[in-house]
Design a protein around this ligand. Structure first.
Ligand SMILES: C[S@@+](CC[C@H](N)C(=O)[O-])C[C@H]1O[C@@H](n2cnc3c(N)ncnc32)[C@H](O)[C@@H]1O
Length: 452
């Protein structure tokens, strides 16, 4: 192209740009778009025209074309903050949350203290279901903007979704804590300060700090929830045990000797027992630890856990477990979908026993394998009534004679609750007869069922 032709083209582009801007400011977006497109075709001031064009086509509803123009701009200027923000916003609007998060992360690299960028990144991560990353972003945003109420709310909402609600109640259960501390003290006395301790399921770091307070110098603890692992690391350091305790963020099944754990552990301490014993996958976790992470003669705390129960009658609990006639309708077949087990707390602790205590499951937690199993039991009925199911509690042998139990005669609240294992439907019983049940476990849950 000759110089004259170039000058002509530039003049045409300038004229188009001027008229595009006039159309734009008068609100005539259709003609503004046409004129800006003409300017763009000449490549004249593309970096200035592209944002205007992208904005107009987005406003006119053509999001794909807007994304095309933002991409063209970002090809020219990869760190264009407005481009990154707008493109991320459009992608978020299209529910392409991962791509939006990627855009905002690039923007964060350009403007790390820009709170709009940080907020958008956190929101996109949250919408993408990447809760832990979102949690980190919201917490960093709060450092920049401590008064940002929405960010604080989102942080707390995500934390609540990631961290089970029972953590505080568990830590406040002093009987549980004291029993574990006694057992840990005993184990450290037996194996000495140089013993390698492994604590599976760090939580706040409580059991690891107890081990350190007992004199253990080498403690490795792992926590599957990254946010909890980060919190524990801070707590342990703040309490002065950072040198003795190493926190590994990850599942025990990903811990390996030589990498996270210097050598096989002499003591395992772990509190991953749910109120119904098995729901936190204690069997697989302990079996895996025993085979890969522990010395053959390692002390395992807790050593044995037993689920015990009795037949129970309760008008209150039957309302949580079963339905019959409601507002004149027979809805009893809904019982096939009734809850299999219910934690008992608050008003749900009102029930009466219809039998003596009997054992449901007793597990040696130091054993190599725990195959599932069922057995028939014959339960002598002690009182007339309608059995809603079996109320179950735990007896946990931590070490030797140190046993923790939440037997309902002594404890009806606390971290470990009694559980009601409901029968599929209420079972009327009479004193003196025997009720045939099938009990056992399938490795992740206790089985309690009336024998057919
Ligand atoms: C019941 S809490 C106990 C916390 C703490 N040890 C205490 O006693 O206060 C169990 C913790 O273990 C974690 N956890 C469960 N299974 C795990 C596993 N296999 N590896 C790592 N952490 C696990 C859970 O996320 C939870 O934070």
């Amino acid at each position: 192209m000759s110089d004259i032709e170039i000058l002509d083209q530039q003049t045409t582009a300038q004229n188009s740009l001027r008229s595009a801007m006039d159309f734009h400011s008068s609100g005539d977006l259709e003609h503004a778009q046409q004129e800006y497109t003409r300017v763009l075709a000449t490549d004249y001031r593309a970096a200035d025209v592209l944002p205007l064009l992208a904005g107009i086509v987005a406003e006119r509803g053509d999001i794909d074309l807007a994304l095309y123009y933002w991409d063209k701009l970002l090809d020219i200027q990869p760190g264009h903050l407005v481009g990154l923000l707008k493109k991320g916003g459009l992608l978020h609007g299209l529910s392409k949350f991962d791509e939006a998060a990627h855009c905002f992360r690039v923007a964060k690299g350009v403007a790390p203290t820009n709170t709009v960028v940080r907020n958008n990144l956190a929101a996109a991560l949250s919408a993408a279901g990447r809760k832990d990353e979102a949690l980190v972003e919201f917490s960093e945003l709060l450092l920049l903007q401590p008064g940002n109420i929405d960010a604080r709310h989102q942080f707390r909402r995500l934390a609540a979704a990631i961290v089970p609600f029972w953590h505080a109640a568990m830590m406040n259960d002093t009987e549980r804590n004291d029993a574990f501390e006694k057992a840990i003290l005993r184990a450290v006395e037996l194996r000495g300060a140089q013993a390698q301790v492994l604590d599976i399921g760090t939580g706040s770091g409580l059991l690891s700090m107890m081990a350190a307070r007992a004199g253990a110098e080498h403690i490795v603890t792992c926590e599957i929830v990254p946010a909890i692992a980060r919190a524990a690391e801070k707590i342990i350091a703040a309490n002065g045990y950072g040198a003795a305790v190493t926190v590994v963020s990850g599942s025990s099944t990903d811990v390996s000797v030589g990498q996270d754990l210097p050598r096989r552990a002499d003591i395992l301490v772990s509190e991953i027992l749910s109120s119904d014993l098995l729901a936190e996958d204690v069997l697989s976790t302990f079996e895996d630890a025993r085979s890969r992470l522990l010395h053959e003669d390692a002390i395992v705390i807790p050593r044995r856990a037993t689920a015990i129960g009795c037949l129970a009658a309760s008008d209150t609990l039957s309302k949580f477990a079963h339905v019959g006639e409601v507002s004149g309708f027979d809805v009893s077949s809904f019982n096939s979908l009734a809850p299999q087990r219910l934690p008992l707390h608050g008003t749900m602790t009102e029930w009466t026993r219809l039998s003596d205590d009997f054992e449901l499951v007793s597990l040696d937690l130091a054993a190599a394998a725990h195959p599932p199993g069922l057995r028939k039991v014959s339960i002598p009925v002690q009182a007339d009534g309608v059995a809603v199911g079996v109320v179950q509690w735990l007896s946990v042998e931590l070490i030797d004679d140190i046993v923790f139990s939440n037997h309902p005669d002594d404890r009806r609240e606390g971290h470990w609750l009694q559980m009601l294992h409901t029968f599929p439907e209420p079972v009327p019983v009479r004193a003196g007869e025997e009720l045939q049940l099938v009990v056992g476990h399938d490795r992740t849950s206790i089985v309690v069922a009336p024998a057919r």
